[in-house]
Every structure is written in C-alpha cells, then in structure tokens.
Write a protein that binds this ligand. Structure first.
Ligand code: FAD
Length: 290
C-alpha cells in the first residue's frame, strides 16, 4: 500500500508508516483512505481523548528531517525567515534567529501550552490544525506557507490558504515570516480560563506603523479556542482612513460586528466578542485612539 521507501510498522490493527521523503509522505496519504499525518501528536492526542475517532493509519512525519530547520532566506527582493513545519514550538522559542527577526512570534509561542507539550508540539501541527494560537500572529505578520498539494509545491499567504477548503493531500512544508525593515508597533494577547496552560477564550494580535503622522500597514487578527483565525479587514480600513479621529466606542462596535464567534459550555459568543474587542481596544488606546 505505501511506497517502497516507507517503513511500515504494525501493532494490532494500527499501521504506522514512516516516510523519509515528502513525496512518499504524500503518496501514503493519497493511498491510505484513513491516513492521518502525525507530527508531535499533541493535538491529535487531545482530540482522540475527547472521543474523536482515532485513525488506524498513522503517517509519522518524524523522519522528514528536511522540515526541521529555521533559516533566514533572501530570494531577490524577498527577505524572510523560513521555519520548517516540524520545528517544535520550543525550538521557535529558543531560536536566536526568531528572537532577532520575529520577536512578536516568539511572544505567541510563549503562550502556547506548557513546556512539556511545547517540546513535542510542532509549528506545522499548530498551523495545519487551522485553529492554533500561532495563527493570529502569522496573519498580522502576513506570513506565507509552502505546501505540497497533489504533488505540486505551492507558496501562498496564510490568509488566502485559510479561506480555501481543506485538501486531504495537503502537506505543510514550511512557514515563511517576511522580514520587516521598518519599525512597527505590535502586540499579542491570549486570554484563557486560567492564567496559564489553558485553551484560549480568544487570542488577538495586531501591528501597525506611523509615518509622518499617518497610520500605515495596520493589521489586526483574532483567533484562539475553536475560532477560525481571521484578519479584521473592516476595522483595519476604518483605522487607516483616519485612525486618530475615531472613538474607542466606534472601533469597539466595528470589532463586535466583524468578528464571528461561537458559544460553548463555558462562554457564549457575545462574551468572547467583547473580550476580543476589549483586548484590541486597550492596545490601540495605548497608542492612537481615544
Ligand atoms: C495540554 C495541551 C495544551 C495545549 N495548549 C495549546 C495552546 O495553548 N495553544 C495551541 O494553539 N495549542 C495547544 N495545544 C494543542 C497542540 O499542542 C498544538 O496545536 C501543537 O502545536 C500541535 O502540533 P503537533 O505537532 O502536536 O500536531 P499533531 O497533533 O501531530 O497534528 C495536528 C494536526 O495537524 C496535522 N498536521 C501536522 N503536521 C502537518 C503537516 N506538516 N502537514 C499537514 N498536516 C499536518 C495533523 O494531521 C493533525 O490534523 C495543546 C495540547 C495539549 C495536549
């Protein structure tokens, strides 16, 4: 069933394939009807413990060593940090490249899970899940992903990819954070039910810069919990028009209108929307709205 280069291990009725190349990994996924990619396995484990059906066909990504690097890349005019999908959250946290080029992203990593989980949890798994706490930050950083879909390698903006429907052959290769030469203001905030080691009620992030008194490149994003991470384009437009002139009440109501939330046993959608709006407003107020 899996390609010759893959190493197949069977325990009772669970099969584990361990491909060593990207092409083998994708072929396994296409051939195995119920095949599931496993990187750190931390999110899948949570889901399986929560009674989600466990796949009997595991495709371990662990031997794809080419997905484990953090590099600074210059391609023509493009200057970015490339993070292999199998890089753990802990490696992102302790990388000197990340600290130098992507300090906002490092702040987000500090807020993901607990140290023991961060040792296993990969950035690729966080992104591929489409609900990870890294996504609001990656949206405001205008990050891109490189992936393999049906044998074709593609690089696209995360904001675009999140709008696409899921493709079962999708294999995430790397995450690319553009290097920003200009000075930006930025923030990342996550609110959970307890202070630490808890799923988010919401995670928010934002960045912007001023040039000659003009507000430029403002980007705001919300995610966390089971939210689909999204940019708040309408709020951004409002602020860009004349950020300093708007009242916090108006911006608050725009956020409530634009951000779609959900209710669960703990909080309803209205509460989550208010938390997100209050977090964003408090950060904007520090700098430019009244
Ligand atoms: C106690 C605990 C606390 C947690 N707290 C947080 C938290 O605060 N914030 C947060 O965001 N998450 C949290 N998580 C969830 C999880 O740890 C993270 O989302 C983690 O980054 C997932 O990475 P992983 O490598 O373990 O993914 P896995 O569990 O291996 O995979 C997750 C999903 O991504 C897919 N996948 C993985 N890699 C790829 C790839 N390269 N290409 C295509 N698909 C891929 C898998 O098929 C699966 O669907 C927590 C988990 C636990 C157990």
């Amino acid at each position: 069933m899996v390609s010759a280069k893959s190493d197949m291990v069977s325990r009772s009725d669970i099969s584990v394939s361990i491909p060593v190349t990207l092409v083998d990994a994708q072929q396994s996924k296409l051939q195995l009807k119920e095949g599931v990619y496993v990187a750190g396995g931390t999110l899948l484990q949570l889901n399986w413990e929560a009674n989600e059906a466990m796949s009997k066909q595991i495709i371990s990504l662990n031997n794809l060593t080419e997905l484990k690097d953090i590099e600074v890349i210059k391609e023509g005019q493009k200057h970015f940090v490339k993070i292999g999908a199998l890089t753990t959250i802990n490696e992102c946290l302790h990388s000197s490249i990340m600290t130098k080029y992507c300090p906002l992203f490092v702040t987000a990593c500090q807020n993901i899970a607990a140290p023991a989980v961060r040792n296993l949890a990969t950035l690729g798994g966080n992104v591929a899940s489409r609900i990870g706490d890294s996504l609001p930050v990656l949206l405001v950083l205008d990050a891109e992903i490189t992936c393999l879909i049906n044998g074709e390698k593609k690089t696209k903006k995360i904001s675009e990819w999140l709008k696409e429907s899921r493709d079962s052959s999708f294999l995430l290769i790397d995450i690319r954070i553009p290097y920003k030469e200009k000075q930006f203001s930025y923030y990342y905030k996550k609110v959970g039910r307890r202070e630490a080691f808890t799923p988010a009620i919401v995670s928010v992030s934002g960045m912007w810069r001023f040039e000659k008194g003009e507000l430029l490149d403002v980007r705001l994003a919300v995610g966390g919990g089971s939210h689909e991470p999204v940019r708040l384009y309408q709020v951004e437009e409002l602020l860009k028009k004349d950020g300093c002139e708007y009242s916090s009440e108006l911006v608050f109501s725009k956020i409530i209108n634009e951000f779609n939330s959900y209710s669960d046993s703990f909080f309803n959608d209205q509460y989550r929307k208010k938390v997100a709006a209050n977090l964003i407003i408090s950060e904007l107020k520090k700098q430019f709205i009244y």
